[in-house]
Design a protein around this ligand. Structure first.
Ligand code: LLP
Length: 432
């Protein structure tokens, strides 16, 4: 199986986090997002432990909450002592509703509105990760208005192509994010920021991309960033206290994806950072990273009920499910791989090739192509899609006026609803 929280029971049913998914589908209905809370906590602990061990006490992993954002996840992050990365007033609001105090929150985005900036400062956001000069000016103005000195990091682009899917690659020079080191704009924004009265520059940030497996991407990014840090120290006498290397570690969606050992990865990045600091004769900054996907993806599974089965002889077969691109747009957007299983027939041979498709009025509404399921697949079977904990619920829509599924948390053999299922009435809540 692609993750150790997925097993098969003696009754031939798919089990997730030790619980019978067929029973869960019956109890809560479908479509249904499941989240293995124990796995989320384990994933957090792997990061926090690795950070302490390899980077020292000032280091901290920040959960990139765009991967999956709802109240309860911020409670978990608070309990697990994780910092958070937020990207909108909406994520900030949700974190606050969960009682997450924002001192370890880092506010990202390439275009924060004046309203966002006011809201974040009014709620004592720990750090802005400023994308550009306009934002630095706007934060300085708001900080001056309320009479504080706001801590910020500057987002830089180290000019690295992480060889992932184009739409999730962000560290290249021509990216819409940050200021490029190569063009001199990173130095310009640093010099400018250091002159602002109401801003305390605490360091630099970069993020090279998502679903990254490539061997040494973080090491290469860290070396470029540290060389910049040393350059700023020499030219401006400014030493960065924090260096944030962003998120991006890949997870296993299908059997052919590699396993990524986070502790080992972090130790390798730490070795490269320590060696580079020594070579450049600078102190080791506090290192941060922002894992999103690798905290929640393998904690998730989506359950659907199969409906229409369509066989087009000589062409292809379709299994339609009661959800689709509104609850998981990732195949439609990125052609993402997923593992699909027939939860109530796990012991039958998988000898029927089909496309698992959604119920929307759109041909691109596909969850996965070339899926092998048992040939007995039929209406009312339960289809499970694995590894859906990241960028599914957080990217969900009401396209075709479909209500969003609930999130049910699985924890220590028990289950509970963390986000309730949207009702038909919810769909008209804002309609006047
Ligand atoms: N930090 C920053 C600044 C980011 O932009 C991101 C992701 C992360 C951290 C977290 O990266 P992760 O560890 O989750 O790879 N919707 C796409 C992914 C977009 C990622 C955007 N930024 C998907 O479904 O694959």
């Amino acid at each position: 199986m692609i993750c150790d929280n997925i097993t098969v029971g003696e009754n031939g049913h798919l089990y997730f986090a030790g619980q019978d998914t067929v029973e869960l589908a019956k109890q809560y209905g479908t479509p249904l997002y499941l989240l293995d809370e124990d796995k989320i906590r384990d994933n957090c602990r792997v990061y926090t432990k690795a950070f302490k061990k390899h980077f020292g006490p000032g280091a901290r992993p920040l959960y990139a909450s765009k991967a999956n954002s709802f109240k309860h996840i911020y409670e978990i992050m608070r309990e697990e002592n994780m910092g958070i990365d937020v990207v909108s007033s909406g994520e900030i609001y949700t974190a606050l509703q969960a009682g997450y105090s924002l001192e370890n929150a880092y506010f990202h985005s390439n275009n924060k509105t004046d309203e966002d900036i006011r809201y974040a400062i009014a709620n004592h956001i720990g750090y802005f990760v400023a994308d550009n000069v306009e934002e630095v000016k706007a934060v300085d103005a708001e900080a001056a208005r309320v009479g504080i000195r706001q801590k910020i990091l500057l987002r830089l682009t180290p000019g690295i192509d992480p060889h992932t899917y184009e739409a999730v690659a962000t560290g290249k020079v021509d990216s819409k994010f940050g200021s490029a080191i190569e063009t001199g704009q990173a130095e310009e924004i640093t010099a400018f920021t250091l002159q602002q009265k109401h801003i305390e520059l605490v360091g630099f940030h970069c993020h090279v991309g998502s679903q990254v497996f490539a061997e040494d991407i973080f090491e290469r990014a860290a070396v470029i960033m540290l060389e910049f840090v040393a350059d700023m120290k020499k030219k401006y006498g400014y030493m960065a206290q924090q260096l944030d290397l962003g998120g991006g570690y890949g997870v296993r969606y299908v059997d052919s994806d590699p396993y990524l050992d986070v502790d080992k990865k972090v130790s390798e990045v730490a070795a490269a950072i320590k060696e580079t600091c020594q070579r450049l004769n600078i102190d080791l900054p506090d290192i941060h990273m922002e894992p999103g996907r690798s905290i929640v993806a393998n904690a998730g599974m989506t359950l659907y009920t199969a409906g229409t089965l369509k066989k087009i002889p000589g062409y292809k077969n379709y299994v339609s499910i009661d959800g689709g691109m509104p609850d998981n747009p990732r195949f439609a957007l990125y052609k993402s791989n997923y593992t699909c299983l027939l939860a109530n027939k796990m012991e039958e041979a998988k000898d029927f090739e089909c496309s698992v498709v959604g119920r929307c009025c759109e041909s691109g509404d596909i969850i996965q192509e070339h899926v092998m399921l048992p040939h007995s697949v039929c209406r009312n079977d339960i289809v499970a899609v694995c590894t859906t904990g990241a960028y599914n619920y957080s990217m969900a829509s009401n396209y075709n006026r479909l209500p969003r599924p609930p999130i049910v948390m699985l924890c220590g053999g028990k289950s509970y609803v963390a986000v309730r299922r949207e009702s038909l009435a919810d769909l008209c809540l804002n309609d006047l």
